[in-house]
Design a protein around this ligand. Structure first.
Ligand SMILES: CC(C)(COP(=O)(O)OP(=O)(O)OC[C@H]1O[C@@H](n2cnc3c(N)ncnc32)[C@H](O)[C@@H]1OP(=O)(O)O)[C@@H](O)C(=O)NCCC(=O)NCCS
Length: 118
């Protein structure tokens, strides 16, 4: 498999939570699909987890940017049953993404490696 690129992104939680509080569902639905939101219950680390998924999308966009452009909602960030995050695409793509995310109170960070499958 061919590595297309890597991407990293960091989001300040407070900036992200302010946008959600200000714009609500209109903001969330511009960034996330319902299936992504339904995996993040409101409660502990809610804004951090959402900010991390935003960072993950930005990291994926960077990782593939030399090959083609992607929009935030082309990318879906979900969790496996063991808690590990993974990435799917709205349309079928010949891509495999290796994704890692982390968050603390104030910041969320994500890193992505994009590989072409064939
Ligand atoms: C999986 C593990 C590495 C996550 O570490 P962590 O410091 O709790 O995680 P962070 O706060 O940095 O990041 C959280 C993100 O890690 C990701 N994650 C969770 N489980 C994961 C796994 N099995 N593999 C990869 N990523 C994982 C998730 O995306 C999670 O964010 P989300 O819940 O919003 O999706 C950790 O729980 C672990 O198993 N560590 C092994 C060592 C250990 O047992 N330490 C504790 C005793 S000292």
């Amino acid at each position: 498999m061919v590595v297309l690129g890597i991407g990293i992104d960091m989001v300040k939680t407070e900036k992200f939570s302010s946008a959600i509080k200000k714009w609500g569902d209109a903001f969330l639905s511009r960034v996330f699909e319902e299936k992504e939101l339904s995996g993040i219950p409101e409660g502990k680390m809610y804004y951090q987890r959402l900010a991390a998924r935003f960072a993950a999308k930005e990291a994926v966009i960077k990782a593939v940017s030399k090959s083609f452009p992607l929009a935030l909602k082309d990318i879906h960030v979900l969790n496996r049953s063991n808690g590990a995050p993974y990435c799917m695409f709205k349309d079928n793509m010949d891509l495999e993404i290796f994704l890692s995310i982390t968050h603390i109170e104030d910041y969320a960070v994500a890193c992505a490696v994009a590989q072409k499958k064939t």
